[in-house]
Write a protein that binds this ligand. Structure first.
Ligand code: BGC
Length: 739
């Protein structure tokens, strides 16, 4: 297997390489491939041609069996294959490289070792910074490529419809615009490294309860306005090479055999020219799936069950046309050409698998993302940052200690990045103790399994920092939004004297200067909120956990993250009020809340959230002035000036929401643009953000296209969805836009 994979890569080299070591048995020998030899044997290796031309030439040279071999995984057990999730075999004679597919959005995971554990998707999104997100994607792609992986199964952009969804930590937001922009930035980064990005999971894969079977019943307008735009942006703006269709059914048809979704919307309406792969085991048929638009079957076992011999038979007997089969293969190799897989082959195995890619530079990137994604939720009386000298700090909670941090740095499931390898998680205890020492502070740690010890430590300290966490994972939803017992699997849950909520309450009673740091994948209830001074949401922060937290707590980094998801007061306030909506009854989840998802719901029902969408404090203050809105050929242009009115350098995310005229039937306001601005104390900057015509349009279910309802659109600019600082308006004429 090793020799086969290497030989394909040598053939695939489009540039002259002086000498490459080839593993034959246990012996390394040298081979000298030449670009012209590859081009003579495989004319499509001529990189001056377009990906379309190259794909056409290659597919024209393939036999039926070679074509079919591209459409499914080759190995019976993928994790045994160098610890990757999937593998489409190379065709050395045609210079086709192996496709090595692997998870995912918080680092190179599955069975890989020595890779960097980055912050979770929700933390990346909370930075609201496409530059940071693109750098993350590039770091992720770089690590993958050096490990011999050339198809990354990331990013995930499903909408956080219900905060209980066990995979929300992997996704970006409850808002389609923020999710789309985040996903596109990550994709640009991944694909800059000669690795295909796979945006997932199309579509409406918004719960883990019954995820393999549940039908998301979503009306056409809601689909287009809420659940599909992030995929559209990932495809149109991010140019994702691959899309993964999801496990669930969409309106009673499995996503991976849903022609309305895969062909009519994704391929025709969005103009997607890459390939659709199924989630692992999400293919349910041969003819229906192939004709609906699925291009590649992926599964953990029974590889090629539907797209192997069964597809060959279907092609021979005409149930699937040769044209469609050619289209499937063309889409796969076109993305591989476009994203550099043929011209810049990824590292070969076994040296790829053995590569150590968690370098110091990658750790720095992980730390930057964690710092930028951290959200300061509350900071009464400016307790944070912890400046001043010689303080006694009580650090409390399991997630702050070494063993707990090893649980709380990431979520569970396929996105999990194992810590096998050289770099351990920097625990908050380590990071805060070390940083505190520079201020002459002393840190006493209590894990909280004894409330008496925790309270005693808090009483004896100037400041108490309590860590609390939840443990979200693929495959199950949270049953409620309580913090409950956090990492209690470390110590049998029964041994825990009190819940984390009770622990925080007891500490806050013992010390008026109590700070709570949360390692959660999404919103949690905070019954103790009124008792504590400060709350920091650090999400699942990756391996640089303690360093990033210390940087924010001590003010080396001024927090600038904003919530990508509303934090409700309690489950009673959620947009999904009935079991018919969530988790569904008789196999159907009714998306009857329609467009009113996330803050759109809280705004339309006048429900005050605990912390609103877009919220996030800073150690400095910002003012908004000079808002001007003008019409442009492509929509509108919004200009405003943001001034840092405080005494520390910091960043603000200016958020632009539109409120459509009542006749449009939209929720009260919707995010349509944003810009993160870094400012020194006293510095002012004029910011201009474009808002395209689509931002003003509604999906029309009669004409099946976008229409701008005529009337006056309010333009609301603010620091969060509930902190609008400036307002203007624009009158729009009726207009039909191409879908
Ligand atoms: C997950 C995908 C993942 C795939 C491969 C599935 O269970 O839903 O997100 O990419 O496994 O590991």
């Amino acid at each position: 297997m090793q020799t086969r994979r290497l030989s394909s890569r040598l053939c695939g080299l489009g540039v002259a390489v002086s000498a490459i070591a080839v593993l034959t048995g246990a012996v390394w020998t040298a081979a000298v491939p030449a670009a012209h030899a590859a081009t003579a044997q495989c004319p499509w290796m001529d990189a001056t041609q377009s990906p379309d031309q190259r794909a056409g030439e290659l597919v024209g040279a393939m036999t039926l069996d070679q074509k079919l071999s591209m459409l499914h995984s080759a190995e019976p057990d993928m994790l045994a294959y160098y610890g990757t999730a999937g593998h489409v075999a190379a065709i050395p004679g045609l210079c086709v490289p192996d496709l090595v597919l692997n998870d995912a959005g918080a680092g190179v995971g599955d069975g890989q070792v020595n890779a960097t554990a980055f912050p979770a998707g929700i933390a990346q999104a909370a930075s609201w910074d496409p530059n940071v997100q693109q750098q993350f994607g590039a770091g992720l792609g770089w690590e993958a490529w050096h490990k011999g992986i050339n198809v990354m199964l990331a990013p995930g952009v499903n909408i956080d419809r219900v905060p209980m969804n066990g995979r929300n930590f992997e996704y970006a937001s409850e808002d389609p615009y923020l999710a789309g922009q985040t996903g596109a930035a990550v994709i640009r980064g991944i694909q800059s490294q000669n690795v295909i990005a796979t945006v997932k999971h199309l579509a409406a894969n918004n719960q883990e309860t019954n995820r393999m079977t549940v039908s998301a019943d979503v009306d056409e307008r809601t689909l287009h306005e809420i659940y599909l735009p992030a995929f559209e942006t990932a495809v149109k703006q991010g140019k994702a090479g691959a899309v993964m269709c999801s496990y669930n059914q969409l309106n009673s048809v499995y996503a991976c055999e849903n022609p309305a979704l895969l062909t009519d919307v994704l391929k025709k309406e969005f103009g997607f020219s890459g390939f659709v792969m199924s989630d692992w085991g999400a293919t349910h048929s041969t003819v229906a799936a192939a004709n609906a638009g699925l291009d590649m079957e992926m599964a953990g076992s029974n590889n090629g069950q539907y797209f192997g011999d069964a597809l060959k038979t279907a092609v021979i007997n005409g149930q699937v046309s040769m044209a469609r089969l050619n289209d499937m293969v063309t889409r796969i190799v076109r993305s591989a050409f476009a994203d550099g897989l043929f011209d810049h082959p990824a590292a070969a195995e076994p040296d790829g698998f053995a590569a150590v890619v968690n370098t110091p530079a990658e750790a720095t990137l992980a730390r930057t993302i964690a710092e930028q994604g951290t959200v300061l939720l509350k900071n009464k009386d400016g307790l944070l940052p912890l400046d001043g000298q010689g303080k006694k700090i009580a650090l409390i909670g399991q997630a702050a200690g070494a063993a707990g941090a090893e649980q709380a740095y990431g979520g569970g499931g396929s996105s999990h990045v194992p810590l096998a390898g050289a770099v351990p998680v920097v625990s908050p205890q380590q990071g805060i103790t070390q940083r505190g020492a520079a201020n002459g502070d002393t840190v006493v740690y209590a894990d909280g399994t004894s409330v008496a010890d925790a309270v005693a430590a808090a009483k004896a300290a100037d400041v108490a920092i309590v860590y609390a966490n939840d443990s979200e994972a693929e495959g199950t939803d949270r049953t409620n939004l309580g913090l409950n017992y956090g990492t209690c699997s470390l110590v049998a849950c029964a041994q825990f004297p009190v819940s984390q909520d009770q622990l925080i309450g007891a500490v806050a009673e013992a010390n008026p200067n109590t700070i709570v740091v949360l390692n959660t994948g999404g919103p949690v209830r905070m019954p103790w909120l009124g008792q504590v001074e400060s709350v920091v949401e650090a999400w699942y922060p990756g391996q640089e956990d303690g360093n990033a937290a210390a940087a924010v707590l001590f003010g080396d980094v001024n927090p600038s993250g904003k919530l990508p998801e509303t934090f409700p007061v309690s489950e009673n306030d959620l947009p999904t009020q009935t079991t018919a909506q969530y988790p569904g009854v008789n196999g159907h989840a009714s998306y009857s809340e329609g467009l009113r998802v996330g803050y759109r719901w809280y705004d339309s029902q006048n429900i005050a959230p605990l912390f609103p969408f877009g919220h996030g404090l800073s150690y400095t203050t910002f003012s908004y002035s000079g808002l001007r809105v003008s019409r442009t050929a492509s929509g509108a242009s919004v200009t405003l000036t943001i001034t840092n009115t405080g005494t520390r350098a910091g960043a603000e995310v200016a958020q632009v929401y539109l409120a459509a005229p009542a006749a449009a039937g939209e929720p009260p306001k919707q995010l349509k643009a944003y810009q993160k601005v870094f400012l020194n104390p006293g510095q002012a900057r004029s910011v201009t953000v474009p808002v395209d015509s689509r931002a003003f349009a509604q999906w029309d279910t009669t004409k099946h296209t976008w229409l701008i309802t005529p009337g006056t659109y309010q333009v609301l600019v603010g620091s969060s969805s509930r902190d609008i600082r400036a307002q203007s308006s624009l009158t729009m004429a009726a207009k039909t836009l191409a879908p």
